[in-house]
Design a protein around this ligand. Structure first.
Ligand SMILES: Cc1cc2nc3c(=O)[nH]c(=O)nc-3n(C[C@H](O)[C@H](O)[C@H](O)COP(=O)(O)OP(=O)(O)OC[C@H]3O[C@@H](n4cnc5c(N)ncnc54)[C@H](O)[C@@H]3O)c2cc1C
Ligand code: SF4
Length: 562
């Protein structure tokens, strides 16, 4: 039985109770293949094998399931399930196409397993890892010759394009990189000029959705015995992790992936126009929901670009979608050139890790924190009701699906954390654990650089913060909220309080000049109400309680009685 490869892991329960997956996997020996390549958990695609140097012999694939990795964070159960089921499906797909597979289950780090395996197999090929944590874990094996590491073939863009257009030092700006990529690839270009006369149709991506066209129903996937086995395993072994498993909502098999791709192309025509809209009638609206598959490389990014370009969808949708895929590259390069921001000269602070879920709690130093925000993440982010409908609806989506689209991530979950001065590293840990598509290279730039202002202006010119007007315009949350967006919603007051509190840090930032002038114009009484509102909200949520509107009148009454 191959799950017990070479008896390395005789004590694993899978070895004793093979189940459907263990039974389906055939036995291999070191001689079954001439050379072996280790494909990590997020390299689940045969294009990696195609990218190896040519050989006339057989190439076998090593896949490792490490519970050590799974325990590094309180990962959402759905995230563990989608990753493990995809990896197991991939193993069986490889085997069906005649590629030998060694599938190892281990409670130890990858490096330990590979070192032992190297003694049996000789040099093992591998590809540069997207996650810095994994790169660091196995870097020693490259030095000792256990691993021969090749360039990662899955990225759409080279580091050279990034460095030539953006540089290796901040400020990092997307526009120059985006133009460079469009020019190099020829995507949406005609005779050296952007199709439609401009590179970005961003202004046509910001419409609220009022029910028309009807929202699509996201695909419901068939469960097979691999899915069911993984679901039970995660529910048993990781029952103390947040969230729940629902394998019908996530693609895992090759057939599911085709279905997920079809869905993405079906909704693409409306993606552009309603990209920023949020609705409780449809959490995903016209978003593709493909980030999980892309980040695992079950969907090959270049194939997706080709589909989008050939889809025939309106230009604002196709351009918007291709731009998002280039954003993905952009954040990867930033993380890569700064070594996960360790090379940035930026204000830092120590942080409590683990996002407040049980099991975390250790403090470590040196995390980027431009505004020196240090409040702990309230339990409202783990599902305790806050009374703020926009926050509660977004958290419900995260707890149930391990996912929201971009705007709830940015303009609700990050915005409110920002306005409450939550420690940005703690917020990042929460995003990393709770979202099914989160890996260090993508979640860290998005939360530290865009969702919060922890990197200062290294990545964004100003923080993405707003009061209730934006949420009211772009969503239907306010219509079912106990608060009124124009009369007593605390978010607008918190927005003013945030600007005033951080006025020294924002002084001299030209993009903030108008907002700072406006906050200075507020009367002393308004400023006092803003500050008291902020304190009332953070105190209430820190105590795990729910906010209620003041019984009569506006927030002045609420805050004076609190
Ligand atoms: C605070 C915050 C945290 C985020 N954390 C993650 C994360 O952990 N993992 C992740 O993949 N994305 C993250 N994003 C980016 C983006 O929100 C998600 O990629 C997207 O919502 C996933 O849903 P989708 O597949 O339907 O995307 P769509 O809206 O259909 O977009 C298409 C694709 O573009 C890519 N994309 C779009 N924007 C970004 C971006 N800013 N960075 C990287 N890729 C992008 C994704 O691969 C996505 O699948 C984050 C954004 C913010 C503001
Ligand atoms: S009224 Fe305020 S708290 Fe309620 S949903 Fe709207 S923005 Fe959010």
């Amino acid at each position: 039985m191959a799950v017990e490869a070479f008896g390395l892991e005789r004590s694993t329960s899978a070895a004793r109770r093979p189940g459907a997956f263990g039974t389906a996997l055939e036995t291999c020996t070191p001689k079954t293949a001439e050379r072996w390549v280790w494909l990590a958990y997020d390299q689940l695609n045969t294009s990696f094998i195609d990218a190896l140097p040519e050989t006339t012999g057989t190439t076998g694939v090593v896949l490792i399931e490490s519970t050590h990795k799974a325990k590094q964070q309180p990962y959402h159960q759905q995230k563990l399930a989608v990753l493990l089921s995809n990896q197991r499906h991939f193993a069986l797909e490889l085997q069906r196409s005649g590629i030998p597979v060694l599938y190892l289950l281990s409670a130890r780090p990858y490096a330990h397993v590979l070192e032992e395996l190297g003694a049996r197999l000789g040099r093992i090929h591998a590809f540069q890892h997207a996650e810095r944590s994994t790169r660091l874990e196995v870097v020693g094996l490259e030095t000792t010759g256990v691993l021969v590491v090749h360039d990662h073939p899955g990225w759409l863009t080279s580091r050279k394009w990034f460095v030539d257009s953006v540089g290796e030092q901040p400020p990092f700006r997307m526009d120059a990189f985006y133009r460079t990529v469009r020019q190099h690839t020829g995507w949406l270009m005609e005779a050296g000029k952007p199709v439609g006369g401009k590179y970005s149709f961003d202004a046509e991506n910001r419409f609220p959705w009022k029910g028309e066209p009807a929202a699509p129903s996201p695909p419901v996937f068939n469960l097979d015995e691999i899915d069911s086995e993984v679901a039970v395993m995660v529910q048993q072994r990781f029952k103390h992790h947040p969230g729940a498993v629902d394998m019908t909502s996530v693609p895992t098999s090759a057939e599911d992936i085709e279905r997920a791709m079809r869905f993405a192309m079906e909704v693409l025509p409306w993606f552009g126009r309603y990209e920023d809209a949020m609705s409780e009638q449809s959490r995903g609206l016209f978003h593709s929901r493909l980030a999980t598959l892309l980040n695992l490389h079950r969907v090959w990014p270049a194939d997706l670009v080709k589909c989008a370009l050939g889809s025939g969808a309106p230009l604002n949708s196709v351009e918007g979608y291709v731009r998002q895929l280039i954003w993905r590259e952009y954040v990867h390069h930033i993380h890569d050139v700064t070594e996960g921001f360790t090379r940035l000269d930026i204000a830092r602070a120590s942080s409590t890790r683990g996002a407040g879920w049980s099991g975390g709690g250790q403090v470590d130093d040196g995390h980027p924190n431009f505004l020196q925000q240090s409040r702990r993440l309230p339990m409202a982010y783990w599902g305790q009701k806050s009374g703020l409908r926009c926050l509660d609806a977004s958290v419900e989506s995260v707890m149930e699906d391990g996912w929201t689209h971009h705007i709830p991530r940015l303009m609700v979950l990050s915005n409110l954390a920002n306005l409450m001065d939550i420690d940005p590293r703690e917020l990042t840990d929460w995003f990393h654990a709770a979202f099914i598509d989160a890996y260090d290279w993508v979640v860290e730039p998005n939360v530290l650089g865009m969702g919060t202002f922890a990197l200062g202006s290294a990545m964004m010119t100003k923080p993405y913060v707003s009061g209730s007007a934006y949420i009211n315009k772009m969503s239907d949350h306010c219509s079912s909220c106990a608060f009124h967006p124009k009369k007593n919603c605390p978010i607008t007051s918190m927005y003013w309080a945030y600007l005033y509190r951080h006025r020294t840090a924002f002084a001299g930032n030209h993009r903030m000049a108008i907002a700072m002038k406006n906050v200075e114009r507020r009367s002393d009484e308004q400023k006092a109400t803003d500050e008291a509102t902020y304190l009332h909200v953070v105190k209430t949520l820190e105590q795990g309680e729910s906010l209620e509107p003041p019984t009569h009148g506006d927030l002045r009454r609420w805050t004076s009685s609190s």
